[in-house]
Design a protein around this ligand. Sequence first.
Ligand SMILES: [Zn+2]
Length: 242
Amino acid sequence: MDLKFLGAGSCFNTTLGNTSACLPVGNSAFLLDCGESVFHQIQVGDLLNGFKNINIFVSHSHSDHCGSLSSLLFYCFYVLKVHPKVYAPKAVFQILDLQGTLDEIYEKNVLEACKKKVFQTDMLSPSGLVNISVFPIKESHAEKLESFGFLFADSLGDCFYYSGDSKGFNTNILSLFRLNQVKKIYHDCSWLDYPDNIHLSYKKLCQIITDPEERKRVVLMHFDKGFNFEQAKHDGWSFPTA
Ligand SMILES: [Zn+2]
């Protein structure tokens, strides 16, 4: 299972688009995050056409992660003729309500900070059943804001984790990664390193994962404008693909 990225930029790095990715499995699509630039890319590239099930997971309510969600939901319902499912923190649904997103055009699934939740989806695909576990992020990204990471596992033993935005590395995920139960981690990372950074800095990430073999299994994302790709390539990290 590999995520196809629609964008890999941070909030201010609009050149790379907002960080968002899609996992197509059979006739189902799983979209991770839907920031301001994402609906435009989906529509122009016709990226969700042909999918019977559209599942949208939103990591948190910052606008670079949910800014074009309302437009996408209307588009799914009226143009693609699909009733999409949204899995997101409560704040995202409050935003959708304020934007006049009609209740009947999508299914709401509220993620709660106190609960680790598992969704199981049978999609009759080559990789069979997919479990999606939702991890509340304790390494809080921004104060008073619920944030979630997502772990995808299929019945063939493949498994990856998508961090959303987070200040630190989830220790449970890191343990599973070192046991090779989590095969790949997609992690946000900023070149800037300062005390109150709400993202995991490149410097800290390099201190957490030093083994070159482990670095190959970590895909960096959510790049800020000053991100030094040459240095990161030289240091052995992986990068998102479209
Ligand atoms: Zn954020």
